[in-house]
Design a protein around this ligand. Sequence first.
Ligand code: FE2
Length: 229
Amino acid sequence: MKIEILPLPYPKNALAPFIGGETVELHYEKHHKGYLDKLSKLLRGKPEAELSLEELIGSARGDVFNNAAQVWNHNFYWLSMQPGGGGEPTGVLAARIDESFGSYIEFRAQFAEAAIGEFGSGWAWLVSGLDGRLLVCNSNDAENPLQRGLMPLLTIDVWEHAYYLDYRNERPRYVEMFLDHLLNWDFVATNLSLAPPADESQDIQGEGDKDADHRYREKPTAFARSQRR
Ligand code: FE2
């Protein structure tokens, strides 16, 4: 099987006090590795076991899709945070945020609204659309923006297991902490540098473009590329 989960990019207590070591321990060792274990069992002995996570996200359905996407989403989530992160971006990234959202304050408000407003379990994302504009969106359960031809740049996990030990039911406090203290803008910048050139003729959401998914998978994010052999 080609699929592995990413080693944590920092020690398990490195995100404290904003995300405690116990949360990271459970989230990574039980939930994230649990998705990989279930996926391995589902694919054992099947031709699909040779596919990459992105290929499975594009083609699988049901339990295989859910577990493949959750492995990918969590890999991306750990990299979306760093100790000492958060706050406003600088330089070129700040200009891109201003260009797409009007201001950092507006980006922050949209991202927080997407994360806090996602009903039930899911994710909020910063993505690059086909026209090169940055967008905020959310997704339910295991869904991933790659399915809509959007290129992920950043994500926050808003399943309760991501924050309940530290914040109980107060998802807004967890989201604000992520934005102000952990968000990894370096990861966003690296992913953005690999985004396809803007195509002004394309629909902003990528919907209605049958080839969108294919094109975006040919230009994977830095993380996704690192997962390919
Ligand atoms: Fe999670």
